[in-house]
Design a binder for this molecule. Structure first.
Ligand code: HEC
Length: 262
């Protein structure tokens, strides 16, 4: 299982359906040999306000990989991509964002060192990254260097394309702009752990509509802003520390607007 990238194409709510594919890292390296590049990044898992650590990985641009895996669908696909990890983590990336470039599916360190990292936030050392690790070109982008690592899944063994229609069904019809913006923020910051009607991550099993029952706006605000101030032992991280100031207030309020609307 560790050596294979199982590709599952799920286009829910549409006519297109492709058989799951299994591809080995070696197969991808061989078939996409011309696409392999070295990509140097600030390693988010090993960096913080006090230090930054740059690492060079070998990988393939995500856009090229998707084009290879889904030659018929990818060009016009307009939903989200699930990245399933061996440790149970689910990372969710907008297809649009993947198409803009800057993302690389890596499979080794360029310097031949073991393909591992220390995950500072989770106090874990020597975490194996194989078979695949998704990184983003952040060397010249201070905002990206400050952001959290949700879109940097490691131990990725499977990917899924999930249609925009399915996703859109999570947005109440006729929703006002703040709810729509809140939905966008929810997708990028919460959905990988909190599912809605079974759609999304299962790190915390309960449907988010149950999770928020009986909670006031203020309770939700404080929790999203900084959960560990309320529960020291919580497994939930605060909202992306890269979102600061007025913008942070706005984003949190929009997420609450969305949660209350569903
Ligand atoms: C990395 C996974 C993860 C992410 C991302 C995440 N949560 Fe959570 N959340 C949890 C877990 C786990 C709990 C269970 C409680 C605990 O561990 O403290 C939780 C609990 C909650 C609760 C209940 C708090 C309580 O008092 O019972 C709410 C509300 C919540 N999350 C909302 C959100 C929202 C909104 C977002 C996005 C801004 C979000 N979560 C992002 C993992 C996550």
């Amino acid at each position: 299982m560790y050596r294979y990238l199982a590709i599952v194409l799920v286009l829910l709510g549409s006519q297109v359906h492709a058989e799951p594919l299994s591809l080995s890292v070696n197969q991808i390296r061989k078939d996409l040999a011309a696409e392999v590049v070295d990509i140097r990044v600030i390693e988010l898992h090993e960096s913080g306000k006090d230090k930054t650590n740059a690492v060079t990985y070998s990988g393939i641009p995500l856009d090229a990989l998707l084009q290879y895996l889904y030659p018929k669908q990818w060009k016009t696909f307009d939903g989200i991509i699930y990245f399933h990890a061996l440790d149970g983590y689910l990372s969710i990336v907008d297809a649009q964002k993947a198409r803009q470039g800057g993302a690389y599916m890596t499979f080794a360190r360029a310097d031949g060192q073991p393909f591992m990292i220390d995950n500072r936030n989770q106090n874990e050392r020597d975490v194996p990254l194989a078979p695949f690790y998704l990184v983003w070109d952040n060397l010249k982008d201070p905002d990206l260097q400050q952001s959290n690592s949700y879109a940097w899944p490691y131990q990725v063994y499977s990917m899924e394309l999930v249609s925009g229609e399915m996703l859109q069904s999570l947005l109440p019809p006729g929703a006002p702009p703040s709810v729509e913006a809140g939905f966008d923020a929810y997708k990028n910051n919460c959905l990988s752990c909190h599912n809605i009607g079974g759609f999304g991550g299962r790190k915390f099993g309960m449907d988010v509509r149950q999770v928020i029952k009986g909670k006031s706006r203020d309770d939700l605000y404080d929790w999203i802003d900084n959960p560990s101030a309320i529960n020291k032992y919580t497994a939930m991280p605060p909202l992306d520390p890269g979102v600061t100031g007025d913008n942070r207030q706005r984003v949190i309020n929009q997420i609450i607007d969305y949660l209350q609307a569903i």
